[in-house]
Design a protein around this ligand. Structure first.
Ligand SMILES: O=C(O)c1ccccc1NCC(=O)[C@H](O)[C@H](O)COP(=O)(O)O
Length: 264
């Protein structure tokens, strides 16, 4: 496991302990059940792709471990509306406070500002975090294979599905792909291939392209990280990848919506 992932997960353990002190599991379950109905994250991506467009998950991210501060002028409501009007299928909102300067409130604000489904982008290793995600309105959660054992992945996936959340399962290499496929997850999930190596932060689009021949037919793939130009989008689409998670290249623009339109 990379140093940064190790540090992030250590922090998450502290946060989970605080969450458990603040709320009982039963209370979090009640809050999750009382939340606004999920908007259908995978369905929104599929609809774009079926219509012949790229399915873009547009990310709302103020900072990251690899890049530091990315956007000083940070308004989730403005960003969500920009992305929605530019044709994004879904939103991704960083909720991690320590390493990404995110916040749960940003997800709430972004989701309320538009009709798009939203993924809670965080480092989820405990069912309480899954319940919290649904309680704040998330429509999808991220599960990172590098952070989870096979048993944890299956348990968190089952918990998410029990609360009608879609799941984006993220891998970076062939070993992680084998572990995810071995977990025999049923429906309601997508495979994310992160082009960023979390150990070195090197970002190569070939990460996605090289893994494609190893995927079972029919598995929907999201290429994540490092998509910065229309040429990048076209390169992926020529290889049969039609779903994208795009953050930094949009977040650095004054008008992220215009930048997204240019990419599409
Ligand atoms: O971005 C980082 O520095 C990072 C470090 C450690 C774990 C995760 C990290 N990034 C999360 C992401 O996966 C990206 O925010 C997402 O794929 C969008 O990437 P980009 O378009 O390159 O901003």
């Amino acid at each position: 496991m990379s140093d940064i992932l190790h540090r992030i997960l250590a922090r998450k353990c502290e946060e989970i302990a605080r969450l458990g002190q603040r709320y009982s599991r039963a209370t979090l379950e009640d809050l999750a059940r009382a939340a606004d109905a999920p908007r259908g994250f995978i369905a929104a991506l599929d609809a774009k792709v079926a219509a012949g467009s790229p399915g873009v998950i547009a990310e709302i991210k103020r900072a990251s471990p690899s890049k530091g501060l990315i956007r000083a002028d940070f308004d989730p409501l403005f960003l969500a509306r920009e992305y929605a009007s530019a044709g994004a299928a879904c939103l991704s909102v960083l909720t991690d406070e320590t390493f990404f300067q995110g916040h749960n409130a940003f997800l709430v604000q972004a989701r309320a500002a538009c009709g798009l489904p939203v993924i809670r982008k965080d480092f989820l290793i405990d069912e309480l975090q899954i319940l919290e995600a649904r309680a704040i309105g998330a429509d999808c959660v991220l599960l990172i294979a590098a952070a989870l054992s096979a048993a944890q992945l299956k348990d968190l996936y089952d918990c998410a599905r029990a609360f009608a959340l879609d799941v984006l399962v993220e891998i970076h290499d062939a070993d992680e792909l084998a572990a995810v496929l071995g977990a025999n997850l049923a429906g309601g999930w997508l495979l994310g291939i992160n082009n960023r190596n979390l150990r070195t932060f090197e970002t190569r689009l070939e990460t996605t392209l090289d893994l494609l021949p190893h995927l079972p037919p029919g598995l929907a793939v999201v290429t994540e990280s490092g998509i910065a130009s229309r040429a990048d989008v076209e390169r992926m689409r020529k290889a049969g990848v039609h779903r994208f998670l795009i953050g930094e290249s949009l977040m650095r623009q004054d008008r992220p919506g215009a930048a997204l339109r240019a990419l599409l």
